[in-house]
Design a protein around this ligand. Structure first.
Ligand code: NAD
Length: 481
């Protein structure tokens, strides 16, 4: 018997406060990436469903935008509490459909609860300002108002977390939202919808739809009711959606891909750097937009780093994420395995040395070993395109200038890592690396209270931090005599 299927919760759309099932709708199977069992059937939104979601969000906006920030904060905080209460069951569902180890799924869910708290608190701080007038009888006010109905497209790598970043900020700001979540692993997004539903969020403030991505995005982007588009995903799709939104003069937030450089200097604590980087690299099987993905190691410690890093990778245990001993799960879908293979084929054709560092489990799922690539020329695809998987290309550098030039050589600028004990090098890298986030001697990004976002081709805008609500607010100037 397919036991995973029996414990996997039924899948729905969530429109205008109602959970809608598969009856009368097309469906798409959801697969467990570790076992390839079918977990359930996801109902896809019809054109009528999409139109209903837009009009529900439009109607709900009329009252939600006028609720007090305290009231909005209370609902957000309650949704966070429910996430904490339900952490075990939600995490289990995420491991079943997304593949990450249960411990990582729990961290994801608890992080989402923190996002609810953060946005509940930020709602109270939507301050305007008073500008001193040129004439005493004039009053000049700057007001910050919700932008309106938002439409968001969230990613499959942290299904709950990518969704709550958008939903939490939009609801805190007084906006309503339609979210298309990831069809491959929908449980986290639906669990989020249930927390808001049970927390008393009024009908229509949050609507969840599923479907063929390009089709589902067309209707809301073109609708005059929708004022803001937020997307997390690849650079090409982000550019396409930003262009569509631009044609309708809609505000965008774009959280896109990168190819995070890692600079390890000779003065760094090499065993510690290897240990931490192994942890960051293998988290979620490397399917993390901020995953370290191009490793540049100073020549004099290059061999030492490879030795330490290989030893760390060899401790990784691949398998079904429900197994408590497993430290790395499968890739989330078959497309990623094909992509890994194409990177390896290209690297091999460029003369790279390839070394798989951990054994594959005896399971039918989409498993890929963490794999080191050395002696790899700069023009190989893996050095210019993000693998979004457990591949680790390594190359030596000689000095700081060369390291910075390598780090900044690509059109992306999302995340970066520097390991050094030298304050001057740390300072120069912090300022010199063209990226939205620079981690020095550890990884500390993606907390609710810190801004997360890329520059250059990696995106527009930030999620999290004091900046989080900016994306969902407009600025109105009022002058009165
Ligand atoms: P992708 O852009 O092909 O797909 C990402 C998501 O977007 C999927 O859930 C998909 O259903 C949806 N999508 C695709 N086309 C769409 C359309 N026309 N309209 C609306 N939604 C659409 O990316 P991928 O290859 O699956 O994912 C990997 C990429 O995502 C990497 O580049 C990674 O860095 C990036 N990413 C970025 C962040 C971030 O926060 N910056 C987070 C996660 C992933």
């Amino acid at each position: 018997m397919n036991t995973a299927r029996t414990e996997y919760e039924a899948l729905h759309l969530y429109i205008d406060g109602e959970f809608l099932g598969a009856t009368g709708r097309r469906t798409q199977p959801v697969i467990n990436p570790a076992t390839l069992e079918t977990l359930g059937e996801l109902p896809l939104a019809s054109d009528d469903d999409l139109a209903r979601a837009v009009s529900a969000a439009e109607r709900a906006l009329r009252s939600w935008k006028n609720t007090s920030p305290l009231e909005r904060g209370t609902i957000l905080r309650r949704a966070g509490e429910l996430a904490r209460e339900r952490v075990d069951s939600i995490a289990r569902q995420i491991t079943l459909d997304q593949g990450k180890p249960l411990a990582e799924a729990r961290i994801e869910v608890l992080g989402c609860a923190d996002h609810c708290d953060w946005h509940a608190e930020e709602a109270r701080r939507i301050y305007g300002r008073v500008i001193p007038p040129r004439s005493p009888e004039v009053k000049q006010l700057v007001l910050r108002e919700p932008i309106g109905v938002c439409c968001a497209f969230s990613h499959w790598n942290f299904p709950y977390n990518q969704a709550i970043r958008k939903v939490g900020a939009a609801l805190a700001a007084g906006c309503t939202i339609i979210l298309k979540g990831p069809e491959d692993c929908p449980s986290g997004v639906l669990a989020m919808a249930r927390t808001f539903h049970d927390a008393g969020l009024p009908a229509g403030c949050l609507n969840i739809v599923w479907g063929e991505p390009a089709h589902v995005s067309e209707t809301p982007i073109a609708s005059p009711a929708v004022r803001k588009i937020s997307f997390t995903g690849s650079v090409p799709v982000g550019k396409q959606l930003a262009a569509q939104a631009g044609a309708h003069m809609k505000r965008v937030t774009m959280e896109l891909g990168g190819h995070a450089p890692v600079l390890v200097f000779a003065d760094a604590d090499i065993p510690r750097a290897a240990q931490l980087l192994c942890r960051y690299k293998t988290r979620n099987a490397g399917q993390v937009c901020i995953s370290p993905s191009r490793f540049y190691i100073q020549q004099t410690v290059y061999e030492q780093f490879i030795e330490c890093f290989t030893a760390e990778l060899s401790k990784i245990r691949l398998g079904n994420g429900l197994d408590p001993d497993v430290t790395m799960g499968p890739l989330t879908h078959a497309r990623r395995l094909t992509t890994m293979q194409s990177f390896l084929d290209d690297a091999r054709a460029h003369g790279a040395q390839i070394h798989a560092c951990a054994p594959l489990p005896d399971l039918p799922g989409y498993f890929h070993a963490p794999t080191l690539l050395t002696e790899i020329p700069a023009q190989a695809r893996i050095m210019t395109e993000e693998p979004f998987g457990p591949l680790v290309p390594l190359a030596p550098f000689h000095n700081l200038d060369e390291a910075l030039a390598l780090a900044n050589a690509l059109p992306y600028g999302l995340c970066s890592y520097v390991f050094t004990e030298n304050l001057k090098i740390a300072h120069i890298c912090a300022h010199g690396i063209e990226a939205g986030m620079v981690n020095i001697n550890h990884s500390g990004v993606a907390l609710p209270e810190t801004p997360f976002g890329g520059i250059k081709d990696s995106g527009i805008g930030s999620e999290g931090g004091a900046e989080s609500l900016d994306a969902y607010l407009t600025t109105k100037f009022v002058t009165q005599m």
